[in-house]
Structure formats: C-alpha cells, structure tokens
Design a protein around this ligand. Structure first.
Ligand code: DX5
Ligand code: ZN
Length: 215
C-alpha cells in the first residue's frame, strides 16, 4: 500500500488546522510541508511558525520539502520544530553528503529531491545514504500544475538504482498527482505519493484520501 502525503500548499489557510485533521482522520500517514524561499524557486510559501503551530495537533509523519538555497543552514531548525523527514534538493547545494549527515545527526530521515530536468543518475552515489528520494513530477514552485509524463523515466531510474544500492529506499513523487496518474507512478516504482490540489480541492477530502489509499 502507498503512503499518502497531502501537501498543505493546497489548503485553505484560513482553515489549516481543520483540513489537516480531516486528512489525518481519513487515514493519511504523512503530511507534506513545502518550504519555499523565493530564490531556489520563484515562489515564497511558509516556514517555521506555521509548521511549529501545527506540530502539536497531529501525529502524522511531518514530511518537510525544503525548496531553499543552501539548505544546510536550516537543517537543525526544521529538525527541532518536529520534521520527521527532511528533503533537500540536489540542485540547491554542492555539499550533499554534509547535508545528509546533518539531517541524520539530528535524528531525522534524509531525502534528496531531483527536479524534472535533472537526470536521475546524478544521485546514484547518494542512494545508499538516504531513506527516501523525491522525484519531482512538476517544476517545483507552485501547486496545481500538470504532471510531466517524461518524469516517469526518473522514477524508473531511481527504482533501478535502489534495487542495486538500497532496496529499502522509499520513492516519493510530487506534483500533479491525481487518481488518473497514480497507477503509472506506482507501477514505475513510487510508494510515497504527494497530492496537494487533488486532495484539498476535492469536493470531499475524506473520501478522496480513502480513494488514494486503495493503491
Ligand atoms: C511544488 C510542491 C508540491 C505541490 C504539489 O513545488 O513541491 O508539493 O504542493 O501540489 P499539487 O499536488 O497540486 O501539484
Ligand atoms: Zn513538495
């Protein structure tokens, strides 16, 4: 069974607490937190105070996706406020191993992410050092974009590398995932599914989460 990680970027922020409760009660195991700095990606989202205020109300796995330049500066902060998984971008820094070590020293799970145009082979030497790889299926920066079909190649390539170097690796996909394409990404090897708009903009959030969790 997949793990679902609804992205709060698609929430109605005036009802943030309520909407998070809904996905948790419906059975979602993770909650996806998109932190954007306006430099690594063209958009600014939210950061520490928002995550801090929702942490005490939920037992879901806090899946923090850092879309920020030079992420090592903020690893301790996001660990301290209760992230369980910290994902950073391959393209956002050069000191990948140092960042991974810092996440592990803080007692958290480490994940590395690649943008759609980054070929998966660049992370081959890191596959056995992380718990998860996040394959972006849209250009990072905004919710509500259409899934890029070519990213299937990256999912398959990460799966192949995982079979060789780290069979336990989780493979997460993020961007434009719906009930119409979930099967293609899971068949390619993904087992952690981020879904923003398709969960929080659904007519019935509870029902939509349950539909995703059938996969
Ligand atoms: C995009 C973010 C995604 C986004 C997904 O940069 O990383 O997590 O919120 O939203 P949807 O599912 O609407 O594409
Ligand atoms: Zn994300």
């Amino acid at each position: 069974m997949i793990k679902l990680s609804p992205s709060i970027l698609a929430c109605d922020f005036s009802k943030l607490g309520e909407e998070i409760k809904k996905v948790e009660l419906a059975g979602s195991q993770y909650i996806h937190l998109d932190v954007m700095d306006g430099i690594f990606v063209p958009n600014i989202s939210f950061g520490v105070p928002v995550i801090q205020s929702i942490r005490p109300m939920s037992n879901m796995v806090f899946d923090t996706h850092l879309m920020i330049t030079d992420p090592i500066r903020y690893i301790e902060t996001f660990a301290k406020i209760g992230s369980d998984i910290i994902t950073f971008h391959y393209e956002s820094c050069e000191n990948h191993i140092e960042v991974i070590d810092k996440i592990h020293s803080a007692g958290k799970k480490a994940a590395i992410s690649i943008k759609p145009k980054t070929p998966a082979f660049v992370i081959e030497s890191l596959i056995d050092k992380v718990e998860m790889v996040l394959v972006m299926t849209v250009e990072p920066g905004y919710g509500g974009q259409a899934f890029i079909p070519e990213t299937i190649n990256n999912i398959k390539a990460v799966k192949q590398m995982a079979q060789i170097h780290n069979p336990q690796l989780d493979i997460e996909v993020d961007g434009g995932i719906t009930l119409d394409n979930i099967e293609i990404v899971t068949q390619a090897g993904a087992n952690v599914i981020v879904a923003g708009s398709s969960v929080f903009k659904a007519p019935d959030i509870n029902e939509r989460v349950k539909e995703f969790l059938k996969y």
